[in-house]
Every structure is written in C-alpha cells, then in structure tokens.
Design a protein around this ligand. Sequence first.
Ligand SMILES: Nc1ncnc2c1ncn2[C@@H]1O[C@H](COP(=O)(O)OP(=O)(O)O)[C@@H](O)[C@H]1O
Ligand SMILES: Nc1ccn([C@@H]2O[C@H](COP(=O)(O)OP(=O)(O)O)[C@@H](O)[C@H]2O)c(=O)n1
Length: 318
Amino acid sequence: MSIAEVVFVLGPPGAGKGTQCTRIKENFGFIHLSAGDLLRAEQKAGSEDGELIANYIKDGKIVPIEITIRLLEKAVVSAGATKVLIDGFPRNKENLDGWEREMVHSGKMNTKFMLYFECAEEECLKRAMGRNQNRADDNLESFKKRITTYISSTVPVMDEFRSRGLLRKVDANGTPDDVWDLTRQLFLVGFVVCILHNKHSVHLQITYRIPRDNRLNQLVHLKKGLRYLRSITSPPQCGQHHFARECGLEFRRGRGGGSWGGVCWSAQLLLYFIVPVFVCKGTSLRQSLSIVVEILILSFDFLKVFNSSAINNLSSSS
Ligand SMILES: Nc1ncnc2c1ncn2[C@@H]1O[C@H](COP(=O)(O)OP(=O)(O)O)[C@@H](O)[C@H]1O
Ligand SMILES: Nc1ccn([C@@H]2O[C@H](COP(=O)(O)OP(=O)(O)O)[C@@H](O)[C@H]2O)c(=O)n1
C-alpha cells in the first residue's frame, strides 16, 4: 500500500478548521480526521481511557500521545487513504515527537505541510459559543483554558513547521467562502510549460506542481502565454480562458538550440514535479505549436478530472 500523505490543520479553537476541512475533503479527495472527534468518540464508546479523555477535554489539556496516535493510525489504516487531513494535531511537542517516531520514521506516513487558520480570539470565541454541538468544552471557562493551552503548547509546534518551511497560513477571519477562496489556492494544481524550439522540432516540458503557497497567483503568466500561442497558431481551442481561472501556467519560450538552460532552472526552483517531456516534430514551428496547444488543453482537462491525485500517479510512474 502507498504511504499516506498527511496535511496537518491547526489554528485556535473555533477558527473554522473543521468547516474548511469538509470543503477540502469534498474538493480535493482527502479524508478528514479530527483528533478531537476521534477522542470524543473514544470517550463515548466507553473505552478504558474514557474518563481520562473527558477530564483532559474539559480542562482544555492535551491527551497523552499514546492514546491519540493509536486512534489516528487506526482511522487512517481502516480508511485505506493516501491523502489525509489531520485536524487538531499535533497540538504540542509530545504529539509531534510521537507522530515522527511512530509514523514518519517507521515509513508509515509522510507529512506534507501544515495548514494554519489564523483567527482573532474574540471571533473564535463567538464561533465556538455558537457551534451548538453540545460539546463539554464550548463554554467560556473551558474555552479560556483551551486558548491558554493553544498559546503555550500549539503555537511552538506551528513555529517548528514555519522554521522547516512547511507552514501555510490562511487568514480565517472572513466568511466561510472568503476563507475557502484562500484555502483552495493551496491545493490547486498548477503547471509550468517550457518550450524550446529550433527549425525542425519543438520540445515541450510540462512541469506540474502543487503550489507551496499563494505564490501560485503571482506565477500566473498564463494570459501572456496564451496570447503568444494564439498569435502564432490561432487554433480555436486557444480561446479556452477557463485555463486561467483554474490553474497557474507559466509559459516560457526558449531561445532555440539544444540547451534547456535557465528556463528549466527557474521552473524547477518553483516546482514539485516534473513530468513528461513531449517532443513534437513538425515541419514548422507554427504546426508544432498547434500540437503543443492541444496537449496543454488535454492536460488541463485531465487534471480537472483527476485533480492532484493524477499528479501523484504521474510522478510515481514517470
Ligand atoms: N469563516 C467563518 N465565519 C463564521 N463562522 C464560521 C466560520 N467558519 C466556521 N464557522 C462556524 O464556527 C463554528 C466553529 O467552526 P469549526 O469548523 O467547528 O471550528 P474548529 O474546527 O476550528 O474548532 C461552527 O459553528 C462553524 O459553523
Ligand atoms: N491532538 C489533540 C486534539 C484534541 N485534543 C483534545 O480535544 C479537545 C478539543 O479539540 P478539537 O480539535 O476537537 O477542538 P478545537 O479546540 O479546535 O475547537 C482539545 O481541547 C483537547 O483537550 C487533544 O488532547 N489532543
């Protein structure tokens, strides 16, 4: 079985982590595990740890890692999932160390990055108090304790991810739709195209990536690229501007000759995956580029259907 790729989701209590995780799950094919939900379910199931869990939750303290990691591993394995969101974990250094020891070093799971929903405390309080899920800890007294634990124990874990370059911050103060607009950017797939040509052939390299952060927006030179393509090829498909809305594309025209030179260097710097290299032989640059445009459009449709899992499959089989 392939190793599960895990994205952690953290932020203060009530920031809207669960709400956004539901959307990520629906749109990007992840399973969503909430450490808090797993602990509450374990407690309700009357396990021998039930009383301990209930007391920790009421006091806003972090349950010992041996319990939480057992529940998480069981949930990932039983779902057979390869793309997993874990919400509300790792909440302290003990959680993180336990995760790395039991899951990462043993080769069972990979940590991809941490999503951090940043939200003002008063807003979180308002949201948590309005949650109506009959939770034992959605009262003012427990909320204050949870915030204290969050600041003293969870923020240092997020700092650790920031220092590893693995923290993706989202401003969660807006409406659920506003927050979703920011969140989805982090999961969208983009690709970069390098085209090198000489008199007789065109080499096309498509480089796929899952963006590291909102740099995706800055990267989009798509319109410029398509305008250029249209100016030399003019096939009807070039009007498909939905390209621009859905993904990032950087179009670079090589200077000809054999070397990939600086073009590839700058592309690789930004990207996670380099996938196929198509070589289109054509009698003219104009004809070759028509083929290139078709490949691009096909690639895009392919990505839309399969989303980022297609990228994972492609990169592991190439
Ligand atoms: N952006 C938002 N604006 C207003 N209310 C929100 C927002 N996101 C979530 N909520 C509401 O706030 C409450 C807490 O959200 P939830 O996703 O359970 O937070 P968390 O998982 O971070 O504790 C829920 O009642 C939810 O419907
Ligand atoms: N990794 C975790 C996650 C949650 N918990 C406990 O579960 C409680 C609720 O966590 P949660 O993630 O469901 O809720 P929020 O505090 O994010 O609203 C926490 O306050 C902790 O007591 C834990 O001990 N360890």
